[in-house]
Write a protein that binds this ligand. Structure first.
Ligand SMILES: [Zn+2]
Length: 138
């Protein structure tokens, strides 16, 4: 004698199902964002002020042969060299030459700044590494 009339799914069942679903999605998102952090390939980001417009050039360094880019920014011309592992300013007609003297950067977080030309060469991605404290700003 077992007659158990099935309960009709009410509002609470729907709510519980919804909460479970939200939690599942929330967990997935947390894992996802945590996982996507770090790693990746080294990328050079060159920011400049070309004709008064902020311009950004991004270039993957991985597998890159030596690439020279001449950028004109804020009235100055910089010759930037990118290789598979490094980036540097080869030559510049800015008055301070700090960007040239900064030398080569090869780690994520390092950057070369040319204030007169308003150019920033930055390395991002890669294995992380501490943000460049040894970069010269000038
Ligand atoms: Zn400079």
């Amino acid at each position: 004698m077992r007659s158990s009339p099935k309960l009709k799914p009410g509002i609470w069942d729907a709510l519980v199902a919804l909460i479970v679903l939200v939690m599942a999605v929330g967990c997935a998102c947390a894992v996802w964002t945590g996982d996507s952090d770090g790693g990746g390939e080294l990328e050079a980001v060159v920011r400049m002020d070309a004709d008064g417009t902020d311009t950004e050039i991004r270039m993957r360094l991985d597998g890159l042969n030596r690439v020279e880019r001449t950028v004109t920014s804020n009235g100055y011309t910089l010759q930037i060299v990118l290789t598979e592992t490094e980036a540097w300013v080869e030559a510049s007609d800015c008055p301070t030459q700090d960007c040239v003297h900064t030398g080569h950067i090869s780690r994520s977080g390092q950057s070369i700044v040319c204030l007169p030309a308003r150019v920033i060469v930055q390395l991002v991605g890669g294995d992380g590494g501490d943000p460049g404290v040894d970069a010269v700003v000038g």
